[in-house]
Design a protein around this ligand. Sequence first.
Ligand SMILES: *Cc1c(COP(=O)(O)O)cnc(C)c1O
Length: 229
Amino acid sequence: MPSSPPLTIQERVIAIRDTLPPSVRLIAVSKYMPADLIRQAYTAGVRDFGESRVQEAVHKMTELKDLQDITWHLIGHLQSNKAKLAIQHFDWIHSVDSLPLAQRLERLVLSSSHQSSPQLCLQVKILPDPTKFGWSIADLKTDLSALQACSSLQWRGLMTILPRGLTEKKALDTFQKTRQLASDLTQEAQGLGTLSELSMGMSNDYPLAVQSGATMIRLGQCIFGDRPK
Ligand SMILES: *Cc1c(COP(=O)(O)O)cnc(C)c1O
């Protein structure tokens, strides 16, 4: 039997979208992918794109500036020397992962003439994971009052990346703990505002994240295929 041709980006987007509640924002993670593939996803209706490196993203934003209604999300670790460029170009930064970075963003927002500053997520790790950036729950408690003092920042929610190789049950439990943490912080740290966004779920675990209340999922490979590297 001849094998069927692989799905196009558009077909993949449509198939995934069909499984999602309408309220979940699908972010197509286009890191390492060229601008023409972003256009294909755009044609399928995607308006949110995630990038992990500031300069690579700014380059693509220039190539795609005719697509004016794209919302750009920074999802990778942000070095402090790129923070200024990031707040100028991104609508969202999901990967605010340390107090010094938050304080730097606060200073930049205060001193910039930009009318709009990005919406932000605190990147957290519910389980210990030395390979990932972000706050453990304990570290976050320590930094909470200093974070609330950054009163110009627009916190919207939490972002998390699960450690590799969890069982389905453990993954579900960890996503649910992230959701609980967002609700606890909204009660206990009112200076952060209402943390209603949960950026969680990637190609291999997004159905579990959606089941646990994710409001934004970040999908790369299941839309674009394997990344060149
Ligand atoms: C690369 C990346 C993704 C997408 O991962 P896939 O496995 O390709 O879906 C999501 N979130 C972050 C933070 C990433 O760096």
